[in-house]
Design a protein around this ligand. Sequence first.
Ligand SMILES: *Cc1c(COP(=O)(O)O)cnc(C)c1O
Length: 415
Amino acid sequence: MRALDGPLPGGPSEAGDVLAFLDGYGSPATVASAGGRYFGFVTGGALPATLAAQYLAAAWDQNSFSFVSSPAVACFEATALRWVKEALGLPAAAEGALVTGATMANFTCLAAARNHLLVRAGWDVDRQGLFGAPDLPVVVGGEAHASLFKTLSLLGLGRERVLRAEADDQGRLRADRLPRIDGPAIVCIQAGNVNSGAFDPAEEVVAWARQRETWVHVDGAFGLWALASDELAPLARGFSGADSWATDAHKWLNVPYDSGIALVRDPEALARAMSISGSYLLASEHRDAMNVTPDSSRRARALEVWAALKALGRSGLTEMVERSCRQARRIAEGLQAGGAEILNEVVLNQVVACFGDDSRTQLVIAAVQNDGTCWCGGTVWKGRAAMRISVSSWATSDDDIARSIAAILRARESI
Ligand SMILES: *Cc1c(COP(=O)(O)O)cnc(C)c1O
Protein backbone atom coordinates (compact mmCIF):
# COMPACT_ATOMS: atom_id res chain seq x y z
CA MET A 1 0.00 0.00 0.00
CA ARG A 2 3.00 2.29 0.58
CA ALA A 3 3.98 1.66 -3.05
CA LEU A 4 0.82 3.48 -4.12
CA ASP A 5 1.95 6.63 -2.41
CA GLY A 6 3.94 7.84 -5.43
CA PRO A 7 3.37 11.00 -7.48
CA LEU A 8 1.23 11.27 -10.64
CA PRO A 9 3.30 9.59 -13.39
CA GLY A 10 4.86 12.15 -15.71
CA GLY A 11 4.42 9.96 -18.80
CA PRO A 12 2.81 6.77 -20.10
CA SER A 13 3.38 3.16 -19.02
CA GLU A 14 2.86 -0.06 -20.95
CA ALA A 15 -0.57 -1.57 -20.26
CA GLY A 16 1.10 -4.84 -19.19
CA ASP A 17 3.21 -2.99 -16.62
CA VAL A 18 0.11 -1.22 -15.30
CA LEU A 19 -1.60 -4.57 -14.81
CA ALA A 20 1.49 -6.18 -13.29
CA PHE A 21 1.61 -3.36 -10.73
CA LEU A 22 -2.10 -3.73 -9.94
CA ASP A 23 -1.74 -7.46 -9.41
CA GLY A 24 1.58 -7.30 -7.59
CA TYR A 25 0.56 -4.66 -5.09
CA GLY A 26 -3.23 -4.92 -5.15
CA SER A 27 -3.93 -8.64 -5.00
CA PRO A 28 -2.12 -9.29 -1.68
CA ALA A 29 -4.18 -6.52 -0.04
CA THR A 30 -7.58 -7.94 -1.04
CA VAL A 31 -9.86 -10.06 1.13
CA ALA A 32 -10.65 -13.57 -0.13
CA SER A 33 -14.37 -12.88 -0.50
CA ALA A 34 -14.56 -14.77 -3.79
CA GLY A 35 -13.81 -18.01 -1.96
CA GLY A 36 -16.18 -20.47 -0.32
CA ARG A 37 -15.15 -19.81 3.29
CA TYR A 38 -15.79 -16.07 3.46
CA PHE A 39 -18.74 -15.44 5.77
CA GLY A 40 -18.28 -11.72 6.47
CA PHE A 41 -21.09 -9.14 6.21
CA VAL A 42 -23.51 -10.54 3.59
CA THR A 43 -21.20 -10.77 0.64
CA GLY A 44 -21.88 -13.57 -1.81
CA GLY A 45 -19.44 -14.45 -4.55
CA ALA A 46 -19.66 -14.12 -8.31
CA LEU A 47 -20.91 -17.04 -10.41
CA PRO A 48 -18.40 -17.71 -13.23
CA ALA A 49 -20.88 -16.73 -15.97
CA THR A 50 -21.57 -13.40 -14.24
CA LEU A 51 -17.89 -12.56 -13.89
CA ALA A 52 -17.29 -13.24 -17.58
CA ALA A 53 -20.44 -11.26 -18.42
CA GLN A 54 -18.86 -8.32 -16.61
CA TYR A 55 -15.67 -8.62 -18.70
CA LEU A 56 -17.76 -8.71 -21.86
CA ALA A 57 -19.89 -5.75 -20.80
CA ALA A 58 -16.74 -3.76 -20.03
CA ALA A 59 -15.24 -4.66 -23.40
CA TRP A 60 -18.44 -3.57 -25.14
CA ASP A 61 -18.21 -0.24 -23.24
CA GLN A 62 -21.93 0.35 -23.58
CA ASN A 63 -23.67 3.31 -22.00
CA SER A 64 -27.02 1.91 -20.93
CA PHE A 65 -28.96 5.10 -20.12
CA SER A 66 -31.30 4.65 -23.09
CA PHE A 67 -32.40 2.24 -25.78
CA VAL A 68 -30.53 4.03 -28.56
CA SER A 69 -27.28 4.15 -26.58
CA SER A 70 -27.32 0.34 -26.32
CA PRO A 71 -30.18 -1.70 -27.75
CA ALA A 72 -28.51 -4.90 -26.55
CA VAL A 73 -28.24 -3.83 -22.92
CA ALA A 74 -31.76 -2.37 -22.96
CA CYS A 75 -33.12 -5.75 -24.08
CA PHE A 76 -31.04 -7.76 -21.58
CA GLU A 77 -32.21 -5.36 -18.87
CA ALA A 78 -35.90 -5.77 -19.70
CA THR A 79 -35.53 -9.55 -19.74
CA ALA A 80 -33.44 -9.67 -16.55
CA LEU A 81 -36.09 -7.64 -14.70
CA ARG A 82 -38.89 -9.83 -16.04
CA TRP A 83 -37.03 -12.97 -14.92
CA VAL A 84 -36.38 -11.54 -11.45
CA LYS A 85 -40.11 -10.82 -11.01
CA GLU A 86 -40.95 -14.30 -12.26
CA ALA A 87 -38.41 -16.00 -10.01
CA LEU A 88 -39.63 -14.13 -6.93
CA GLY A 89 -43.35 -14.29 -7.72
CA LEU A 90 -43.72 -10.50 -7.81
CA PRO A 91 -46.29 -8.71 -9.99
CA ALA A 92 -45.43 -8.93 -13.69
CA ALA A 93 -46.56 -5.34 -14.25
CA ALA A 94 -44.09 -3.89 -11.70
CA GLU A 95 -41.42 -1.62 -13.21
CA GLY A 96 -37.84 -1.99 -12.14
CA ALA A 97 -34.51 -0.25 -11.96
CA LEU A 98 -31.03 -1.75 -11.86
CA VAL A 99 -28.91 0.35 -9.53
CA THR A 100 -25.68 0.09 -7.56
CA GLY A 101 -27.00 -1.77 -4.53
CA ALA A 102 -29.78 -2.11 -1.99
CA THR A 103 -29.06 1.36 -0.60
CA MET A 104 -29.89 2.94 -3.96
CA ALA A 105 -32.69 0.45 -4.56
CA ASN A 106 -34.28 1.51 -1.27
CA PHE A 107 -33.73 5.13 -2.30
CA THR A 108 -35.38 4.57 -5.68
CA CYS A 109 -38.43 2.80 -4.26
CA LEU A 110 -38.88 5.30 -1.44
CA ALA A 111 -38.61 8.24 -3.85
CA ALA A 112 -41.46 6.66 -5.84
CA ALA A 113 -43.46 6.17 -2.63
CA ARG A 114 -42.84 9.71 -1.40
CA ASN A 115 -43.78 11.38 -4.70
CA HIS A 116 -46.81 9.17 -5.29
CA LEU A 117 -48.30 9.70 -1.83
CA LEU A 118 -47.67 13.45 -1.83
CA VAL A 119 -49.14 13.89 -5.33
CA ARG A 120 -52.26 12.16 -4.07
CA ALA A 121 -52.28 14.64 -1.18
CA GLY A 122 -52.16 17.49 -3.71
CA TRP A 123 -48.43 18.21 -3.53
CA ASP A 124 -46.11 17.76 -6.53
CA VAL A 125 -42.69 17.07 -4.97
CA ASP A 126 -41.08 16.83 -8.37
CA ARG A 127 -41.86 20.47 -9.12
CA GLN A 128 -42.16 22.03 -5.68
CA GLY A 129 -39.69 20.12 -3.53
CA LEU A 130 -40.48 19.21 0.05
CA PHE A 131 -40.55 22.62 1.72
CA GLY A 132 -44.14 23.22 2.76
CA ALA A 133 -45.29 19.71 1.79
CA PRO A 134 -47.95 17.89 3.81
CA ASP A 135 -46.69 15.60 6.54
CA LEU A 136 -45.67 12.12 5.42
CA PRO A 137 -44.94 9.77 8.31
CA VAL A 138 -42.43 6.95 7.78
CA VAL A 139 -42.60 3.81 9.92
CA VAL A 140 -39.65 1.42 10.22
CA GLY A 141 -38.93 -1.56 12.44
CA GLY A 142 -36.69 -1.30 15.49
CA GLU A 143 -34.02 -3.37 13.72
CA ALA A 144 -34.09 -1.70 10.29
CA HIS A 145 -30.76 -1.71 8.43
CA ALA A 146 -28.51 1.32 9.07
CA SER A 147 -28.42 2.21 5.38
CA LEU A 148 -32.19 2.76 5.32
CA PHE A 149 -31.79 5.83 7.53
CA LYS A 150 -29.27 7.26 5.10
CA THR A 151 -31.72 6.89 2.22
CA LEU A 152 -34.46 8.55 4.27
CA SER A 153 -32.11 11.43 4.95
CA LEU A 154 -31.22 11.74 1.24
CA LEU A 155 -34.93 11.85 0.43
CA GLY A 156 -35.60 14.73 2.81
CA LEU A 157 -37.64 12.42 5.04
CA GLY A 158 -35.13 12.65 7.88
CA ARG A 159 -33.25 10.02 9.84
CA GLU A 160 -34.87 10.95 13.12
CA ARG A 161 -38.45 11.85 12.29
CA VAL A 162 -39.23 8.19 11.53
CA LEU A 163 -41.61 6.29 13.77
CA ARG A 164 -39.96 3.11 14.99
CA ALA A 165 -42.10 0.07 15.67
CA GLU A 166 -40.62 -2.14 18.37
CA ALA A 167 -38.89 -5.33 17.22
CA ASP A 168 -39.13 -8.74 18.93
CA ASP A 169 -36.25 -10.92 20.14
CA GLN A 170 -35.43 -12.03 16.56
CA GLY A 171 -35.45 -8.47 15.21
CA ARG A 172 -38.91 -8.73 13.61
CA LEU A 173 -41.07 -5.65 13.59
CA ARG A 174 -44.04 -6.28 15.89
CA ALA A 175 -47.26 -5.76 13.94
CA ASP A 176 -49.11 -5.16 17.21
CA ARG A 177 -46.82 -2.18 17.90
CA LEU A 178 -47.48 -0.24 14.68
CA PRO A 179 -48.19 3.41 15.47
CA ARG A 180 -51.55 5.18 15.17
CA ILE A 181 -51.67 6.76 11.75
CA ASP A 182 -54.64 8.31 9.98
CA GLY A 183 -53.42 9.71 6.68
CA PRO A 184 -51.00 8.38 4.05
CA ALA A 185 -47.66 7.06 5.24
CA ILE A 186 -44.79 4.80 4.24
CA VAL A 187 -43.99 1.66 6.20
CA CYS A 188 -40.68 -0.13 5.58
CA ILE A 189 -40.43 -3.81 6.38
CA GLN A 190 -37.53 -6.23 6.08
CA ALA A 191 -37.12 -9.54 4.34
CA GLY A 192 -33.98 -10.71 6.10
CA ASN A 193 -32.55 -8.97 9.15
CA VAL A 194 -28.83 -8.44 8.54
CA ASN A 195 -27.93 -10.24 11.78
CA SER A 196 -30.60 -12.86 12.43
CA GLY A 197 -32.01 -13.28 8.91
CA ALA A 198 -35.53 -12.88 10.38
CA PHE A 199 -38.46 -11.66 8.27
CA ASP A 200 -40.97 -9.03 9.36
CA PRO A 201 -44.63 -10.18 9.42
CA ALA A 202 -45.52 -8.91 5.95
CA GLU A 203 -49.04 -10.28 5.86
CA GLU A 204 -50.12 -8.38 8.98
CA VAL A 205 -48.33 -5.18 7.94
CA VAL A 206 -49.82 -5.21 4.44
CA ALA A 207 -53.34 -5.73 5.91
CA TRP A 208 -52.74 -2.82 8.32
CA ALA A 209 -51.45 -0.62 5.49
CA ARG A 210 -54.41 -1.32 3.20
CA GLN A 211 -56.73 0.35 5.72
CA ARG A 212 -54.64 3.53 5.72
CA GLU A 213 -53.53 4.30 2.16
CA THR A 214 -50.07 3.40 3.37
CA TRP A 215 -47.29 2.34 1.02
CA VAL A 216 -45.47 -0.83 2.08
CA HIS A 217 -41.82 -0.97 1.07
CA VAL A 218 -39.66 -4.07 1.49
CA ASP A 219 -35.93 -3.91 2.19
CA GLY A 220 -34.98 -7.40 1.06
CA ALA A 221 -31.31 -6.83 0.30
CA PHE A 222 -30.54 -10.53 0.55
CA GLY A 223 -33.66 -12.11 2.07
CA LEU A 224 -35.95 -11.30 -0.86
CA TRP A 225 -34.37 -14.24 -2.71
CA ALA A 226 -36.15 -16.53 -0.24
CA LEU A 227 -39.23 -15.86 -2.38
CA ALA A 228 -37.64 -18.17 -4.96
CA SER A 229 -37.94 -21.17 -2.64
CA ASP A 230 -41.07 -23.18 -1.73
CA GLU A 231 -39.21 -24.46 1.32
CA LEU A 232 -38.91 -20.89 2.62
CA ALA A 233 -42.48 -19.92 1.70
CA PRO A 234 -43.63 -19.69 5.34
CA LEU A 235 -41.07 -16.90 5.90
CA ALA A 236 -41.87 -15.14 2.64
CA ARG A 237 -45.64 -15.10 3.10
CA GLY A 238 -47.25 -11.74 2.34
CA PHE A 239 -44.21 -9.97 0.89
CA SER A 240 -45.55 -10.05 -2.66
CA GLY A 241 -48.45 -7.87 -1.45
CA ALA A 242 -46.15 -4.87 -0.88
CA ASP A 243 -45.91 -1.79 -3.11
CA SER A 244 -42.15 -1.82 -3.69
CA TRP A 245 -39.18 -4.10 -3.17
CA ALA A 246 -35.43 -3.47 -2.96
CA THR A 247 -32.87 -6.21 -3.23
CA ASP A 248 -29.24 -6.81 -4.07
CA ALA A 249 -27.98 -8.94 -6.91
CA HIS A 250 -24.41 -8.70 -5.59
CA LYS A 251 -25.26 -10.53 -2.37
CA TRP A 252 -27.24 -13.74 -2.69
CA LEU A 253 -27.71 -13.80 -6.47
CA ASN A 254 -23.90 -13.95 -6.62
CA VAL A 255 -23.10 -11.40 -9.30
CA PRO A 256 -20.07 -9.06 -9.10
CA TYR A 257 -20.30 -5.58 -7.57
CA ASP A 258 -22.12 -3.30 -7.92
CA SER A 259 -25.64 -4.47 -8.49
CA GLY A 260 -28.98 -3.77 -6.83
CA ILE A 261 -32.59 -4.06 -8.00
CA ALA A 262 -35.59 -1.82 -7.26
CA LEU A 263 -39.11 -2.94 -8.19
CA VAL A 264 -42.23 -0.79 -7.91
CA ARG A 265 -45.75 -2.18 -8.30
CA ASP A 266 -47.12 1.00 -9.92
CA PRO A 267 -44.89 1.77 -12.95
CA GLU A 268 -46.20 5.32 -13.11
CA ALA A 269 -45.06 5.99 -9.53
CA LEU A 270 -41.51 4.99 -10.40
CA ALA A 271 -41.46 6.98 -13.65
CA ARG A 272 -42.92 10.02 -11.88
CA ALA A 273 -40.01 10.05 -9.43
CA MET A 274 -37.21 9.13 -11.84
CA SER A 275 -38.08 10.62 -15.23
CA ILE A 276 -35.28 12.80 -16.54
CA SER A 277 -37.67 15.26 -18.14
CA GLY A 278 -39.94 15.74 -15.14
CA SER A 279 -42.74 14.18 -17.13
CA TYR A 280 -43.74 10.64 -16.44
CA LEU A 281 -45.13 10.28 -19.94
CA LEU A 282 -42.27 8.43 -21.53
CA ALA A 283 -40.85 10.19 -24.56
CA SER A 284 -39.74 7.18 -26.57
CA GLU A 285 -41.52 3.99 -27.59
CA HIS A 286 -38.74 2.04 -25.86
CA ARG A 287 -37.94 1.73 -22.19
CA ASP A 288 -35.16 4.20 -21.47
CA ALA A 289 -33.39 3.45 -18.20
CA MET A 290 -32.79 7.15 -17.47
CA ASN A 291 -36.57 7.48 -16.96
CA VAL A 292 -36.80 4.80 -14.29
CA THR A 293 -33.49 5.03 -12.42
CA PRO A 294 -31.69 7.80 -10.50
CA ASP A 295 -28.79 7.54 -12.97
CA SER A 296 -28.25 8.64 -16.52
CA SER A 297 -24.99 7.18 -17.86
CA ARG A 298 -24.45 3.80 -16.27
CA ARG A 299 -22.69 0.50 -16.81
CA ALA A 300 -24.39 -2.58 -18.23
CA ARG A 301 -25.03 -4.39 -14.96
CA ALA A 302 -28.08 -6.04 -16.57
CA LEU A 303 -25.76 -8.52 -18.27
CA GLU A 304 -24.62 -10.01 -14.99
CA VAL A 305 -28.14 -10.35 -13.57
CA TRP A 306 -29.25 -11.95 -16.82
CA ALA A 307 -26.20 -14.26 -16.84
CA ALA A 308 -26.85 -15.39 -13.25
CA LEU A 309 -30.46 -16.31 -13.99
CA LYS A 310 -29.53 -17.91 -17.31
CA ALA A 311 -26.75 -19.96 -15.71
CA LEU A 312 -28.84 -21.04 -12.71
CA GLY A 313 -32.33 -21.30 -14.11
CA ARG A 314 -35.23 -21.41 -11.68
CA SER A 315 -34.11 -24.72 -10.17
CA GLY A 316 -30.50 -23.60 -9.77
CA LEU A 317 -31.53 -20.39 -8.01
CA THR A 318 -33.78 -22.26 -5.61
CA GLU A 319 -31.07 -24.84 -4.96
CA MET A 320 -28.42 -22.18 -4.29
CA VAL A 321 -30.64 -20.33 -1.80
CA GLU A 322 -31.75 -23.51 -0.02
CA ARG A 323 -28.17 -24.82 0.10
CA SER A 324 -26.96 -21.66 1.87
CA CYS A 325 -29.74 -22.07 4.43
CA ARG A 326 -28.93 -25.73 5.00
CA GLN A 327 -25.23 -24.89 5.39
CA ALA A 328 -26.06 -22.14 7.89
CA ARG A 329 -28.09 -24.62 9.96
CA ARG A 330 -25.15 -27.07 9.80
CA ILE A 331 -22.75 -24.38 11.10
CA ALA A 332 -25.14 -23.50 13.92
CA GLU A 333 -25.48 -27.17 14.93
CA GLY A 334 -21.74 -27.75 14.71
CA LEU A 335 -20.86 -24.70 16.80
CA GLN A 336 -23.56 -25.44 19.35
CA ALA A 337 -22.36 -29.03 19.70
CA GLY A 338 -18.88 -27.59 20.32
CA GLY A 339 -20.14 -25.39 23.17
CA ALA A 340 -21.00 -22.10 21.43
CA GLU A 341 -24.24 -20.31 22.09
CA ILE A 342 -26.41 -19.53 19.04
CA LEU A 343 -28.36 -16.33 19.64
CA ASN A 344 -30.76 -16.42 16.70
CA GLU A 345 -33.30 -18.83 15.30
CA VAL A 346 -31.46 -19.93 12.16
CA VAL A 347 -34.37 -19.45 9.74
CA LEU A 348 -32.30 -18.34 6.74
CA ASN A 349 -28.57 -18.05 5.94
CA GLN A 350 -27.44 -16.06 9.00
CA VAL A 351 -25.94 -17.37 12.24
CA VAL A 352 -25.20 -15.23 15.30
CA ALA A 353 -22.89 -17.00 17.76
CA CYS A 354 -21.39 -16.21 21.17
CA PHE A 355 -18.44 -17.83 22.94
CA GLY A 356 -18.90 -16.56 26.48
CA ASP A 357 -18.72 -12.93 27.56
CA ASP A 358 -18.11 -10.07 25.10
CA SER A 359 -14.32 -10.00 25.44
CA ARG A 360 -14.02 -13.77 24.98
CA THR A 361 -16.25 -13.66 21.89
CA GLN A 362 -14.14 -10.85 20.45
CA LEU A 363 -10.96 -12.84 21.08
CA VAL A 364 -12.44 -15.86 19.30
CA ILE A 365 -13.41 -13.68 16.29
CA ALA A 366 -9.86 -12.29 16.15
CA ALA A 367 -8.38 -15.80 16.42
CA VAL A 368 -10.59 -17.06 13.57
CA GLN A 369 -9.53 -14.14 11.38
CA ASN A 370 -5.85 -14.72 12.20
CA ASP A 371 -6.08 -18.43 11.50
CA GLY A 372 -7.36 -17.72 7.98
CA THR A 373 -9.28 -20.94 7.32
CA CYS A 374 -12.45 -18.87 7.09
CA TRP A 375 -13.48 -15.28 7.75
CA CYS A 376 -16.29 -14.25 10.10
CA GLY A 377 -16.97 -10.76 11.38
CA GLY A 378 -18.35 -9.36 14.58
CA THR A 379 -21.63 -7.70 15.41
CA VAL A 380 -23.66 -6.63 18.40
CA TRP A 381 -26.93 -8.51 18.86
CA LYS A 382 -29.38 -7.55 21.61
CA GLY A 383 -26.57 -5.82 23.50
CA ARG A 384 -24.07 -8.71 23.24
CA ALA A 385 -20.90 -8.96 21.17
CA ALA A 386 -21.35 -11.82 18.73
CA MET A 387 -19.83 -13.52 15.70
CA ARG A 388 -21.97 -13.14 12.59
CA ILE A 389 -21.73 -15.86 9.97
CA SER A 390 -23.43 -15.23 6.65
CA VAL A 391 -23.57 -18.12 4.19
CA SER A 392 -24.33 -16.53 0.85
CA SER A 393 -21.81 -17.73 -1.72
CA TRP A 394 -22.42 -20.13 -4.59
CA ALA A 395 -18.83 -21.34 -4.00
CA THR A 396 -19.37 -22.65 -0.46
CA SER A 397 -19.18 -26.44 -0.39
CA ASP A 398 -20.19 -28.76 2.44
CA ASP A 399 -16.48 -29.43 2.95
CA ASP A 400 -15.92 -25.66 3.41
CA ILE A 401 -18.59 -25.75 6.10
CA ALA A 402 -16.97 -28.68 7.92
CA ARG A 403 -13.50 -27.08 7.78
CA SER A 404 -14.89 -23.76 8.99
CA ILE A 405 -16.73 -25.29 11.96
CA ALA A 406 -13.51 -27.05 12.96
CA ALA A 407 -11.49 -23.83 12.60
CA ILE A 408 -13.92 -21.80 14.72
CA LEU A 409 -14.00 -24.45 17.45
CA ARG A 410 -10.17 -24.63 17.37
CA ALA A 411 -10.06 -20.86 17.83
CA ARG A 412 -12.47 -21.16 20.76
CA GLU A 413 -10.27 -23.80 22.40
CA SER A 414 -7.19 -21.61 21.94
CA ILE A 415 -8.63 -18.73 24.02
C1 LIG B 1 -26.65 -4.99 2.67
C2 LIG B 1 -27.95 -4.43 3.08
C3 LIG B 1 -28.36 -3.15 2.70
C4 LIG B 1 -27.46 -2.23 1.91
O1 LIG B 1 -27.13 -2.82 0.69
P1 LIG B 1 -25.91 -2.27 -0.23
O2 LIG B 1 -25.92 -3.23 -1.35
O3 LIG B 1 -24.69 -2.34 0.62
O4 LIG B 1 -26.25 -0.89 -0.64
C5 LIG B 1 -29.61 -2.74 3.07
N1 LIG B 1 -30.43 -3.52 3.79
C6 LIG B 1 -30.08 -4.76 4.20
C7 LIG B 1 -31.04 -5.59 4.99
C8 LIG B 1 -28.82 -5.25 3.85
O5 LIG B 1 -28.46 -6.49 4.24
